[in-house]
Design a protein around this ligand. Structure first.
Ligand SMILES: *Cc1c(COP(=O)(O)O)cnc(C)c1O
Length: 434
């Protein structure tokens, strides 16, 4: 049931996405520029024009610990909503780390180990990517060093414990152990951090040692491709053709992972990305070349961005607090291949609680965005009488996010309005690409 290949959507697009640029030369980056950070196999996958890439047996052996994941019809939610819509969710929370992230952490660790790398560095927001990479490194005997955004480090101590149980070293970011972190701490000792800052720290350390490389949990083409195991399985499991596919988007990987195989098989159905009101890259960002990190160490990526200096408000969906978006999805959004909408934090938690009380699973704060949109759509169907088939990505459970649910239940959660001036200010620091 678990597919034998990942699906690469790029050769099926009407035009390829614009390449990453070297910030000094403004020329497309080549393999040599990326070699200090990534293993050759992943650099090859990043620019591959093969439609399908075979999943190595060693990776399939680890996937088998939790794959295939269940595809479940939400009968009880449908009933509670009194909707004629039929709602299905693909549940990735059954993985060891509790989210879809191990789908790419495992192959990334495997290819690095195969090429002789001894240590991986990375950043993590909510801790889901960090715990996934820590788990994957333990499978292949790699050391793992993680920079965890300070806000989450303080709010989610058990995610940190989980990474440590898997054997990783965890730093609160900004940290004094890197140049990028020290600089930010000097300017603002109380900085709560951001994914962009944590990326700068992890990239800096990887660049200093040939036996150390860096791993990214979303955004890049190879990450989105690894996640297509979700959609390939769902295509086979779903007993009917969906009318609408809905997923939350931080860097875009769980949405792409579910959606891409359906875009190949059913290009005429509706696809919808849901992002937080507090970090709206698709809906209010600019499609432009920008850095992937705060310090400006990464290549320039053409993407929907709020500006690399943008620090989102500390919403509980830490995995969605990223200033940019996958360049591949950004390009596809420009091609009109899917829609994007925003949802506020409180309506998302309301949806999460409603889902838990009907379907039993407590969702992670990130996929509550997809659930809020799914519920809104199902209620529209109730008004129109349309029996739409909705497929949504339930990309993780919320067992480490109970403090956030406590705040919601206590009525202490609030929404963050994002004034246009804050976006304009961050966008004024975009690099000039001529
Ligand atoms: C990381 C994460 C996200 C956001 O990342 P994407 O690449 O957009 O999927 C969403 N949900 C969960 C559970 C995550 O761990």
């Amino acid at each position: 049931m678990t597919p034998s290949h990942w699906y690469n959507i790029i050769p099926d697009l009407t035009a390829p996405p614009p390449p990453p640029l070297h910030p000094a030369t403004m020329q497309p980056v080549g393999p040599d520029d990326l070699a200090p950070l990534f293993p050759m196999e992943l650099i090859g996958q990043e620019v591959s024009t093969d439609r399908f890439v075979e999943i190595p047996q060693e990776v399939l052996d680890v996937y088998r610990l939790w794959r295939p994941t269940p595809l479940i019809r939400a009968h009880r939610l449908e009933k509670a909503l009194q909707t004629p819509a039929r709602i299905y969710y693909k549940y990735e929370g059954v993985s060891p780390a509790g989210s879809h992230k191990p789908n790419t952490a495992v192959p990334q660790a495997y290819y690095n180990a195969r090429e002789g790398v001894r240590r991986l560095t990375t950043e993590t927001g909510a801790g889901q990517w960090g715990s996934s990479l820590a788990f994957a490194c333990a499978q292949f005997g790699l050391e793992c060093q993680i920079w965890m955004v300070r806000a989450s480090y303080d709010q989610k101590p058990y995610r940190r414990s989980l990474m440590q149980v898997y054997g990783a070293t965890v730093h609160a970011s900004p940290s004094p152990v890197t140049g990028a972190g020290s600089k930010i701490l000097a300017e603002n000792p109380d900085s709560t951090g951001s994914l962009g800052i944590a990326i700068s720290e992890a990239v800096e350390v990887a660049g200093q040692d040939p036996a150390t490389r860096y791993a990214l949990g979303s955004v890049l083409n190879h990450v989105l491709m690894h996640q297509t195991v979700i959609g390939e399985e769902a295509l086979k499991q779903l007993p009917e053709r969906p009318d609408l596919v809905i997923g939350c988007t931080g860097g875009g990987s769980n949405f792409a992972g579910l959606a891409f195989p359906f875009m190949r098989e059913h290009p005429d159905i509706t696809f919808r990305a849901v992002e937080p009101e507090a970090c709206p890259s698709f809906t209010r960002g600019r499609y432009a070349y920008d850095f992937g990190d705060t310090a400006g160490f990464t290549p320039l990526l053409k993407m929907h961005t709020l500006g690399h200096s943008f620090v989102p408000d500390p919403i509980h969906a830490g995995g969605l607090r990223y200033h940019g978006m996958s360049p591949l999805l950004s390009h596809m959004y420009e091609l009109g291949m899917f829609e994007a909408v925003t949802r506020s934090q409180t309506e998302c938690f309301e949806a999460g609680v409603r889902f838990a009380r009907t379907e039993g699973i407590v969702p992670a704060p990130e996929p509550t965005h997809a659930l809020a949109e799914t519920i809104a759509e199902a209620l529209r169907c109730k008004e129109t009488g349309e029996p739409k088939v909705i497929l949504t990505a339930l990309c993780g459970h919320g067992h480490f996010d109970m403090a956030a649910y406590d705040r919601y239940l206590a009525g202490e959660m609030r929404d963050f309005a994002l004034p246009q001036e804050r976006i304009d200010e961050a966008l004024s620091t975009l690099p000039v690409t001529g």
